[in-house]
Design a protein around this ligand. Structure first.
Ligand SMILES: [Fe+2]
Length: 206
């Protein structure tokens, strides 16, 4: 039987850093429930790839609608993994900063850290799912992008460095509909040393 041509391995969720259970203004219960959602995206990604590997290309035209459904759902699952791995990894700090390369990039491309923060907060208020600060390798600059879901609307050849989750699941337990206060809490818990490490690891040019 002919099948899709790819190999894959199952992946496991990354462990939640203990610091994430002691955030300032984002409760342990909210983080634990949120982490379960992330685990769900990992499981979904593994399940979908397993099902795709079983697709029989010889089984008439309906195979394409099956491939379509699986591959679209795969983008949602993978987005859910990548977005949340950034989100969880760069929380757990005290919001002090930024310093180093990331401070230089933000100041260069937004004017000041305060201007960057205001821009990202506004983008997060306008979004349905995510706001990301990403470095665009073609334009050679940072920009705050908007996302409505795990798989909308990332752009090609851009590297996300900050991922602000504004899905209701991120804040409803602690803030009900007060998203603005949750976003302030997000900034207060950012670990800028993590973000700066990423900027250096990816060798983002000054
Ligand atoms: Fe989330």
């Amino acid at each position: 039987m002919a099948t899709l041509a790819f190999n894959f391995e199952e992946i496991a969720p990354r462990e939640l850093k203990p610091d994430l259970l002691e955030l300032d203004g984002i409760s342990r219960a909210a983080v634990e429930a949120h982490y379960k959602l992330y685990q769900g995206y990992v499981n979904k990604r593994n399940e979908i790839l397993g099902r795709l590997a079983e697709v029989d290309l010889g089984s008439a035209n309906q195979v394409y609608s099956e491939i379509r459904a699986l591959k679209v759902d795969l983008t949602f699952a993978i987005g859910g993994i990548k977005n949340h791995e950034i989100y969880f990894e760069h929380l757990g700090g005290d919001g002090a900063g930024p310093d180093g390369l990331i401070a230089h990039l933000i100041t260069r491309d937004f004017g000041s850290v305060d201007d960057w923060r205001a821009d990202l907060k506004a983008t997060g208020m306008a979004a349905r799912g995510w706001a990301w600060t990403a470095y665009d390798w073609d334009e050679g600059r940072l920009f705050n992008h908007i996302g409505d879901a795990q798989n909308t609307f990332p752009v090609w050849n851009a590297t996300p460095l900050v991922a602000l989750d504004v899905y209701e699941h991120a804040y409803f337990l602690d803030y009900q509909t007060d998203r603005a206060s949750y976003i302030d809490a997000f900034f207060n818990n950012l670990d800028w040393s993590v973000v700066d490490d990423w900027a250096m690891r990816y060798q983002i040019p000054r």
